[in-house]
Design a protein around this ligand. Structure first.
Ligand SMILES: Cc1cc2nc3c(=O)[nH]c(=O)nc-3n(C[C@H](O)[C@H](O)[C@H](O)COP(=O)(O)OP(=O)(O)OC[C@H]3O[C@@H](n4cnc5c(N)ncnc54)[C@H](O)[C@@H]3O)c2cc1C
Ligand SMILES: NC(=O)c1ccc[n+]([C@@H]2O[C@H](COP(=O)([O-])OP(=O)(O)OC[C@H]3O[C@@H](n4cnc5c(N)ncnc54)[C@H](OP(=O)(O)O)[C@@H]3O)[C@@H](O)[C@H]2O)c1
Length: 276
C-alpha cells in the first residue's frame, strides 16, 4: 500500500468541503432591452426563502480567478418551482458584462443563504401595501405580489414602478394581465392589486419620479385615495436607487411612519438595490 500523494490529499480535502454555492442550470433568458434582462434557473430542492428576500448570484471566475458574486432579489415567490431574476446589464460591470450573455443550459452560481428586509414579517398590520421601486428595484415586488399572505394581510396592494423610458417598464403586461391568470393568487390580484408605472424621460400618461408624484398628491388623486400616507392604514416597501429610497423614506417619516426590520416590524422597510 502506498501513501496518498500531496495532490491526492489536496483533492480529498477539496472534495470533503461542501461548496458554498449551488450550481444551477439556466432554464430560460429574456432580454427586455439592451439594459435589462431576466432569467430563470432550476430551484435546488433544499433551498428555502421568504418572498422578497435576496441571494448572491454569480459566475465562476475567469482563468482560475475567484467567482464573481452580486446580491440579487429573488423575483419568484417562495412556492415557485423555478427561481427567476431580473437584472441590469452594466457594460463594464464585473458580473453583468458576462451574466448578460448566459443562455439556456449554462450554469450560474447561487449562494445558499437568502436574506433581506423586504418581507411581510418586517411590517406590522395595515390595510394598504405600497411596493415602490425604481429600475430593477421592481424585482422583489414580483415575489411579494405572488405571495398569498400579501392578499390575506392587506386589502389593497399597489405596485409603483419608476423608469427612465417606456421600454424599461419590464413586466408591465404581467402586472396588468398575466398575474390575473396566476392559479394561486390570480383572483386576489385582480380584485386587490393596482399597478402604477411612471416614466421620467419621455412622454407618458403618469410622468415623472414617484417621489414628485407623492409630493404633488398626483399619485393619490390618480388612485382616488386620500392624499398622503397614514401610519394607521399604509405600509410601504422601497427598493431601487439609494437616492429614491432616501428621499421616500424621509417623506414617510414626515407622515409619522417608522422603519421596520425583521427584529422589530414597522410601517415601512427598504433595501437599496444599487448605489446611485
Ligand atoms: C440587496 C441587493 C439586491 C440587489 N438586487 C438586484 C436585482 O434584483 N437585480 C439587479 O440587476 N441588481 C441587483 N442588485 C445590484 C447587483 O448586486 C449588482 O450591482 C449588479 O448585478 C451589477 O453587477 P456588476 O458586477 O455588473 O456591476 P457593479 O460593479 O456591481 O455595479 C457597477 C455600477 O452599476 C450600477 N448598477 C449596479 N446594479 C444596478 C442596478 N440593478 N440598476 C441600476 N444600476 C445599477 C451602479 O452605479 C454600480 O455602481 C442588488 C444589490 C443589492 C445590494
Ligand atoms: N435605463 C436606461 O434607459 C438607461 C440608458 C442609458 C444608461 N443607463 C445606465 O444604466 C444604469 C441604471 O439606470 P436605470 O435607469 O435602471 O436606474 P436609475 O438611473 O436609478 O433610474 C431609474 C428611475 O429612477 C428614477 N430616480 C432616480 N433618482 C430618483 C430619486 N431620488 N427619486 C425618485 N426617482 C428617482 C429615475 O428618474 P430620472 O430619470 O429623473 O433620473 C429613473 O426614472 C445607470 O448607471 C445608467 O447610466 C440606463
Amino acid at each position: 500500500m502506498t501513501d496518498a500523494s500531496p495532490d491526492q490529499t489536496a483533492q480529498k480535502t477539496a472534495a470533503a468541503k461542501p461548496s458554498p454555492f449551488h450550481e444551477l442550470e439556466v432554464l430560460w433568458v429574456r432580454h427586455w432591452t439592451d439594459q435589462l434582462f431576466s432569467f430563470g434557473v432550476k430551484r435546488p430542492e433544499d433551498f428555502r426563502f421568504r418572498s422578497g428576500e435576496f441571494v448572491m448570484i454569480g459566475l465562476p471566475g475567469e482563468d482560475g480567478a475567484k467567482p464573481v458574486l452580486r446580491a440579487y432579489s429573488i423575483a419568484s415567490p417562495f412556492w415557485a418551482e423555478e427561481l427567476e431574476f431580473f437584472s441590469i446589464k452594466v457594460p463594464d460591470g464585473p458580473l453583468t458584462s458576462r451574466l448578460q450573455k448566459i443562455v439556456a443550459g449554462d450554469t450560474v452560481l447561487m449562494g445558499k443563504k437568502p436574506t433581506g428586509t423586504l418581507v411581510l414579517d418586517a411590517l406590522t398590520g395595515g390595510e394598504r401595501l405600497w411596493l415602490i421601486g425604481t429600475g430593477t428595484g421592481l424585482a422583489p415586488w414580483l415575489s411579494v405580489a405572488r405571495e398569498p399572505e400579501t392578499y390575506s394581510r392587506f386589502k389593497e396592494v399597489i405596485v409603483c414602478h419608476t423608469v427612465r423610458n417606456v421600454q424599461d417598464l419590464a413586466y408591465r403586461d404581467f402586472f396588468t394581465k398575466g398575474i390575473h391568470e396566476d392559479p394561486l393568487i390570480g383572483d386576489e390580484a385582480k380584485a386587490q392589486l393596482k399597478y402604477y408605472p411612471t416614466v421620467t424621460r419621455e412622454r407618458f400618461e403618469t410622468p415623472g419620479r414617484i417621489t414628485d408624484r407623492i409630493k404633488s398628491g398626483d399619485l393619490f388623486a390618480d388612485l382616488q385615495l386620500p392624499i398622503g400616507f397614514s401610519p394607521n392604514t399604509d405600509r410601504v416597501m422601497l427598493c431601487g436607487s439609494m437616492a429614491m429610497i432616501k428621499e421616500t423614506a424621509e417623506l414617510l417619516e414626515s407622515y409619522g411612519m417608522k422603519e421596520g426590520s425583521n427584529a422589530e416590524p414597522g410601517d415601512y422597510v427598504l433595501e437599496r438595490a444599487f448605489v446611485g
